[in-house]
Write a protein that binds this ligand. Sequence first.
Ligand SMILES: [Zn+2]
Length: 79
Amino acid sequence: MIPLSLPDWFRMFLVVNLSVVFAVTLYYSVRGYRRMPRHRAAPFIFRCSVCGHVYVDRRNVPMSECGKCGAMNESIKSF
Ligand SMILES: [Zn+2]
């Protein structure tokens, strides 16, 4: 069998390329992990029983005050 010896410049080229690929992979995986979107609170939809005004409240409350007439209303739907 013929002994294969890689030239030094080729070995260096290979090591540098693999290092760059490894560094980029590491960088993007860490970046992607850090940039995970936070779960936003689903908006709650309210319909006023007095004036019929439909509005949204992002707070997780069972009842919300109508912006027009001030009556307290229960949530009708949340996503
Ligand atoms: Zn109202």
